[in-house]
Design a protein around this ligand. Sequence first.
Ligand code: IMP
Ligand code: MG
Length: 432
Amino acid sequence: MPVLVVVGLQWGDEGKGRVIHTLARRAYAVARYQGGNNAGHTLVLGNNEVLALHLIPSGIVYPNVRCYIGNGVVVDPKALYEEIGHLAKRGVRIGRRLGLSPLCHVILPYHLSLERYLGEGSRLGTTQRGIGPSYRDKIARLGLRVLDYLNTPRFQERVMANVRELLAPFARPSEIRSIERETFETQKKLAPFLKRLLADVSIEITDALSRGRRVLLESAQGTFLDVDFGTYPYVTSSNPVAGYAPCGVGIGPKIDAVLGVAKLFTTRVGEGPFPTEIHGALASQIRETGLEYGATTGRPRRIGHLDLTMIRKACRLNGVTHLALTKLDTLAGLASLKVCVGYSWRGKIFKDFPDDPEILAKANPVYKELPGFSGDLTSVKRWSDLPGAAKRLVDETAAFAGVSPAIVSLGRKADNQIVLDAGFAREWLTGG
Ligand code: IMP
Ligand code: MG
């Protein structure tokens, strides 16, 4: 019963979507286990068409792959409806291949209003999709789940109570009534649509695993946006770490492999500490070459040197068994590369990426300088054909992390990659 978790080791946007795109072809099912439509997974298809997914797992592009949205995900019914419509226009038909857990909490218009009233967009740099307020209601035991969305009297009663209590400090009564009206109208329109997607995700995945089928659990965001382990409070409101994956789809904690995805430089979108951040010409060059703009909000991503202490810590937190290192091609042409191997503060050296935001803000990264490399790497298919300095960057990263690299990606398309681990390839990429 093989379960593979694919998890981001930095602040999201590591290239999980493209990696899952290559793995999902052989999977029976792909399931999302946390987050919501704050995510943006960019896939580049064979015909160079670019597809941005937000809520639907990246496996959906293969007509034989079943996709699930697990109980740990928060779902904006309108966003889901629009994403399915968008996919249909691009020729990707969902049919009966998408299963939605009735236990998912929903994001309602009042969550979007609350996030605005609370100023979380400017304070934390959130994606303003209502993610934080929806998870907050879940933990406060006020939330509405998909199964409540499908029960109109219960839905209306609970929405009215919530909206009146939660929005009262911020909104005029007429505004509150108009939010209520919008919520009820949307629910009436979209409840039949959600109903058709319902699936008992826990039963279906357990059943697939007992038949020996391959299941991928796909995280959104990244380890340093995790609400427990990330750069709190500049984090998302869920747990992207691999340990949450079984909980977020309703299976027991048996995972066969954890593929940690890390980009060979660092990016962050939104506010919060970023000790290896760089500015100026070098940052712009990497941003333009790597097309580092948010897939959900279009914001330019902040750019920084590779932080090996983050990768090592994330490998520990997630129990990473295999590494996928991405965007090696983006670094081609730089004279040299700096990688962070520790932090110094008040005469002390920290080998682990610090938890304390004050230390993160004040400590100085300790860099190791590696030689640069050049040339167009996108079509390289064999490890031995890579420039020596490119191989060295991969090797140093894997050695520091203590995990061997399984995949190195060199371009936007699924096949722009080198697979280094034959065992992993047999199990997840080429097996029957
Ligand atoms: P929220 O998830 O919208 O509440 O945003 C919280 C933080 O997580 C902000 O810094 C966002 O920019 C960041 N974030 C949320 N989703 C993603 C993602 O998919 N990729 C990168 N950053 C994200
Ligand atoms: Mg993204």
